[in-house]
Design a protein around this ligand. Structure first.
Ligand SMILES: Nc1nc2c(ncn2[C@@H]2O[C@H](COP(=O)(O)OP(=O)(O)OP(=O)(O)O)[C@@H](O)[C@H]2O)c(=O)[nH]1
Ligand SMILES: [K+]
Ligand SMILES: [Mg+2]
Length: 369
C-alpha cells in the first residue's frame, strides 16, 4: 500500500469514528499515525510513491529565506519579479510556475532570499500538482508569504492553512510549553499541574508507542493541551512559521473593501502588478523574520551602518556575534563595548553572554589588543 493510500484509509476511519471519551485514545492513535505518514510524504521518508518530498533544488543564500505560497495564479511570480528584480514568468493560466525560483531582496542591510513556488491546490497529500514539494520547500523557509487573490473568497485562506497544518507547518503559533525528555528506562511518565480535557496517560502513552519512544518524561505546562500538540512535541516534526497574508490584486477592488481587509491581523494588501504598498509589505516581512542588525565598530572608527551583521533573534548573545564574524574570535575575546538599547550606559563594557538588541553597536576588544 502506498503512503497516500494509507493516509486515505486512516482519514476514512477517523471520519467514521464518533468522537467521545471511549474513542479518544483510538482517535489519538490515528492522528499520530496520520501525522507520521504525512511527514513521510514531505520529508522523503520510506516509499512515498513517486517523488516524495523531493522538494526543489534551491540552495539557501542570504540572511533568511521567505517562501511565496498560494493557489495558482494569485500573483506569486509577479510579486517575486517586482520585489526582487528576478524575472519569474507570470501569465494568466494556472501552474505557470513549475519549480522554485529564488530572488534576492536587499532590505535594511540584509539579504533576504525570496522563493517563488508553484501554485498549491487542495489535496496536496494526494500528490496532486506539486503540493507536496511546495510544502517541503515551504518548511525550509524562515517565514512565508501566503499570497491571496483579493477578488476571490477570503475563505480560501483556511484551505491553504489546512494543507500546511497537515504537514506540520504551524501558522503564526508559538511552540507550546511541553517538556519532552527521552530516557533510557522507566517507561513513559506524563505530568501536568493543569486541567487536561483532551489528553490523559493512555493517550500520551499510545502516541509515544506510535513514535517508538518507550521511555520518556512528558510535562505539559498549560491547560487543555490537544492531541495534536502532544504529537508535535513527541514527533518533533512541527515548524513554527511566521506568516503574512498578502492580499494581492487590490487594484481590482473598491476602496471600502480594501479598508475592511486591511484591518485583519497578519494581512497586508498589495498590488504586485503596480508595486502598490510594497513599503508596508517589506516592513512586515522584516518584522516577521525576526532578525537583528548589529553594527560592528573598529577601534577609533565610526561603525559601518551600511553593512550590519544579521543575527536571528532567539536572543542572540555577544558570543553568537563572535561566531558569525570569525570561528576563532571567541578564543581571543576579552570584552566588548556596546552602545544601544541593550545597555544602560553608553557605551557599556559587557561579557560574552550579554544579550544583544536590534541596532546595537559593538566594539570587540581582544586579549592581545
Ligand atoms: N489586476 C492584477 N493582476 C495581477 C496582479 N498580480 C498578478 N496579476 C495577474 O495575475 C495573473 C497570474 O499571475 P502570476 O504571477 O503568474 O501568478 P502565480 O501565482 O505565480 O501563478 P502560478 O505560477 O500559475 O501558480 C497574471 O495574469 C498577472 O498579470 C495584480 O496586482 N493586479
Ligand atoms: K499563473
Ligand atoms: Mg507563478
Amino acid at each position: 500500500m502506498s503512503t497516500e493510500e494509507k493516509i486515505k484509509d486512516i482519514e476514512a476511519e477517523m471520519a467514521k469514528t464518533q468522537k467521545n471519551k471511549a474513542t479518544a485514545k483510538h482517535l489519538g492513535l490515528l492522528k499520530a499515525k496520520l501525522a507520521k505518514l504525512k511527514t513521510e510524504l514531505v520529508s522523503g521518508g520510506k516509499g512515498g510513491g513517486g517523488g516524495a518530498g523531493e522538494g526543489f533544488d534551491v540552495s539557501k543564500s542570504g540572511d533568511t529565506r521567505v517562501g511565496l505560497v498560494g493557489f495558482p495564479s494569485v500573483g506569486k511570480s509577479t510579486l517575486l519579479s517586482q520585489l526582487t528584480g528576478t524575472e519569474s514568468l507570470a501569465a494568466a493560466y494556472e501552474f505557470t510556475t513549475l519549480t522554485a525560483i529564488p530572488g534576492n531582496l536587499f532590505y535594511r542591510g540584509a539579504k533576504l532570499q525570496i522563493v517563488d513556488l508553484p501554485g498549491i491546490i487542495e489535496g496536496a497529500k494526494d500528490g496532486k500538482g506539486r503540493g507536496r514539494q511546495v510544502i517541503a520547500a515551504a518548511r525550509t523557509c524562515n517565514m512565508l508569504l501566503i499570497v491571496l487573490d483579493a477578488s476571490k473568497p477570503i475563505t480560501l485562506k483556511k484551505k491553504l492553512e489546512y494543507e500546511l497544518e497537515g504537514f506540520g507547518v504551524r501558522v503564526n503559533k508559538v511552540k507550546p510549553e511541553i517538556r519532552f525528555h527521552k530516557k533510557d528506562r522507566g517507561g513513559v511518565t506524563f505530568r501536568s499541574l493543569h486541567p487536561q480535557r483532551y489528553i490523559d496517560d493512555d493517550i500520551v502513552r499510545s502516541v509515544c508507542s506510535e513514535y517508538k519512544v518507550p521511555n520518556a518524561d512528558i510535562e505539559v505546562r498549560f491547560p487543555h493541551c490537544t492531541v495534536d500538540q502532544i504529537i508535535d512535541a513527541i514527533s518533533n516534526r512541527a515548524v513554527y512559521m511566521p506568516v503574512v497574508y498578502v492580499l494581492n490584486k487590490i487594484d481590482a477592488l473598491p476602496l471600502p473593501e480594501i479598508e475592511l481587509l486591511c484591518s485583519y491581523r497578519h494581512f497586508v494588501p498589495i498590488s504586485a502588478r503596480t508595486a502598490w504598498n510594497f513599503d508596508e509589505l517589506k516592513e512586515r516581512i522584516w518584522e516577521y523574520c525576526k532578525m537583528l542588525r548589529i553594527y560592528t565598530k573598529p577601534k577609533g572608527e565610526i561603525p559601518d551602518f551600511d553593512s550590519p551583521i544579521i543575527l536571528h533573534a532567539r536572543k542572540p548573545r555577544i558570543s553568537d556575534l563572535c561566531d558569525r564574524i570569525h570561528r576563532t574570535l571567541i578564543e581571543q575575546y576579552k570584552f566588548a563595548w556596546v552602545w544601544g538599547s541593550s545597555v544602560k550606559h553608553q557605551p557599556q563594557k559587557v561579557g560574552k553572554d550579554h544579550f544583544l538588541h536590534d541596532e546595537d553597536v559593538v566594539q570587540i576588544v581582544k586579549n592581545n589588543g
